[in-house]
Design a protein around this ligand. Structure first.
Ligand SMILES: Nc1ncnc2c1ncn2[C@@H]1O[C@H](COP(=O)(O)OP(=O)(O)OP(=O)(O)O)[C@@H](O)[C@H]1O
Ligand SMILES: [Mg+2]
Length: 327
């Protein structure tokens, strides 16, 4: 198979805000035609990284190139090759969807003909044809996000940057947006996105980088990251009265030969094990011996949330808040 070419090359990039590092020593490459995700919690440095790549922010250290052009020295060239959908939308409530796109077409110096042709195409792609001539203030959160994406695609970019494309959207809208991203990939467009949704990174991207506190903690295709953990996960929930005895239980388990790693969580323990048939009885036995009654025990193959915990030492968020509908 031919080696895929490199679309983006990030080399030891750092960014300080007022003397505080938002990202440090970041290095990774994005391959042409892939969907690449930066996965991380709030404040991890995802938007900062994206803004450097789209030339909106200058890195404090390191270099990055987009399609061979340096993001600082050749910023103009970079801008002509990319599309960007920001995390915070910049939609004017009083303009219609079509007016937004027409205005942008002027900004990009598209000919009237080219502009109209592309706008018709894009409105179809994001199923906004029916709403195109109504003011954006009448759009739902999902529709606004679809318009954002159409705006990002208007310049016909080789690379599309999406900052949290489905943040706060309902399940239906999220699935539709995943669908568009997959369509873009089949058209050969490279997609770089950020997300703090594990399922989004897992299902959508070819490769992902886990970013936490400004550092990349792991990088690879989701399946490789999962199998790379080695071992399955036993998840133990203890009653609230026994929470104080979770630490001694963790220490006792760490000494057992078929146990690879033990991490505590608010409700109990996640235990990475080599052979579950040996581990399960031993875990229950230890819990009994240490008077730490188990309320619930579950066993599963590694998932992306386990990968995240293994590499960062914490969950991406404490619990999963229900998707909020945005105004
Ligand atoms: N303009 C700024 N001035 C000062 N600090 C900033 C600025 N922008 C971001 N930061 C800080 O840099 C860090 C990384 O922020 P960034 O927006 O890149 O994170 P993020 O991963 O995109 O988070 P989120 O998921 O909340 O969007 C945070 O600690 C943030 O407070
Ligand atoms: Mg962000």
């Amino acid at each position: 198979m031919m080696e895929q070419s490199v679309a983006i090359d990030v080399c030891k990039v750092g960014k300080m805000y007022d003397g505080v590092a938002a990202i440090q020593d970041l290095s990774f490459q994005v391959r042409t035609g892939e969907v690449f995700a930066l996965l991380g919690p709030n404040g991890a440095g995802k938007s900062t990284t994206l803004r450097i790549l789209i030339t909106l922010l200058r890195p404090t250290s390191g270099q990055a190139t987009v399609l061979g052009y340096d993001v600082v020295r050749d910023a103009d060239r970079v801008r002509r090759l990319i599309g960007y959908v920001p995390q915070e939308r910049a939609i004017d409530r009083f303009l219609t969807g079509r007016e937004h796109l027409l205005l942008l077409g002027d900004l990009y110096h598209l000919s009237k003909e080219e502009s109209l042709r592309r706008i018709a195409e894009l409105l179809k792609l994001v199923d906004l044809e029916g709403k195109a001539d109504q003011p954006a203030k009448t759009y739902s959160g999902g529709m606004k996000r679809k318009l954002d994406i159409a705006c990002g695609l208007l310049p016909n970019p080789k690379i599309l940057f999406l900052d949290e494309p489905t943040l706060g959207l309902d399940v239906q809208s999220r699935l539709r947006i995943w669908d568009y991203v997959r369509q873009l990939r089949t058209k050969g467009i490279t997609v770089v996105m950020t997300t703090n949704y594990l399922d989004e990174a897992d299902q959508l991207c070819d490769r992902l980088a886990i970013i936490d506190e400004g550092h990349i903690k792991a990088l690879g295709p989701p399946t490789e990251l999962k199998t790379g953990l080695g071992g399955d996960i036993v998840s133990v929930t203890v009653g609230s009265a026994a929470l104080a005895r979770v630490e001694p239980l963790a220490s006792a388990l760490k000494g057992l030969p078929f146990i690879r790693a033990v991490s505590t969580k608010p409700t109990g323990l996640d235990i990475r094990v080599e052979s579950p048939e040996k581990a399960l009885p031993a875990i229950l036995e230890a819990a009994n011996r240490l008077s730490c009654p188990v309320e619930f025990i579950e066993y599963h193959r590694p998932r992306l949330d386990d990968v995240f915990v293994a590499h960062t030492g914490h969950a991406i968020r404490e619990e999963f808040p229900a998707a909020e509908e945005e105004a």
